[in-house]
Design a protein around this ligand. Structure first.
Ligand code: FES
Ligand code: FES
Length: 170
């Protein structure tokens, strides 16, 4: 028997009747057709299915859709809003932080959560934050570089209004 849920996905409320055993990753991919969330293992190991739930990285193969009822979920599809790459996407492209791209949505969402919490992370901070996300292609060095570069870009963007305000005051 289905259960009615409403989840805010990428800013839009989505309601559906779902089986209580339906995983969040299947809800996103099959019910909402948001296939940017990948499935690499289905057993909480690879991190390819990582999304943000209330801003916190969650492996969506480990969470039931009914557990997301009433919550805000962000998937990779939200990042290039308006057709402009998010700084994390631009940085992964610039620093060659991806090869096949299978792990990349999960890597980027985990990185955004880190940068929101710690805008200027060390290499160790980045490696620790991404320790639940596996990449079989890149060797991780360029991923770390990409996260640092995105952090610098996001800090610079955040500093612009402050600098403009200071200039207005002087
Ligand atoms: S598919 Fe969820 S951790 Fe691998
Ligand atoms: S880029 Fe291929 S798995 Fe990471």
């Amino acid at each position: 028997m289905g259960q009615s849920i409403t989840v805010t996905v990428n800013g839009e409320q989505k309601s559906a009747d779902v089986e209580p055993r339906l995983l969040l990753v299947h809800f996103l991919r099959e019910k909402l057709r948001l296939t940017g969330t990948h499935i690499g293992c289905d057993t909480t190991h690879c991190g390819a299915c990582t999304v943000l739930v209330e801003g916190v990285p969650v492996k969506s193969c480990t969470m039931l859709a009914v557990q997301a009822d009433g919550q805000q979920v962000t998937t990779v599809e939200a990042l290039a809003a308006g057709g402009t790459l998010h700084p994390i996407q631009a940085a992964f492209k610039q620093e060659h932080g991806l090869q096949c791209g299978f792990c990349t949505p999960g890597m980027m969402l985990t990185s955004i959560a880190l940068l929101n919490e710690k805008p200027d992370p060390s290499d160790d901070d980045i490696r620790w934050a991404l320790s639940g996300n596996i990449c079989r292609c890149t060797g991780y060095m360029n991923i770390v570089k990409a996260v640092k570069s995105a952090g610098a870009q996001m800090r610079a963007s955040a500093a612009v209004p402050e600098a403009a305000t200071a200039a207005t005051r002087s």
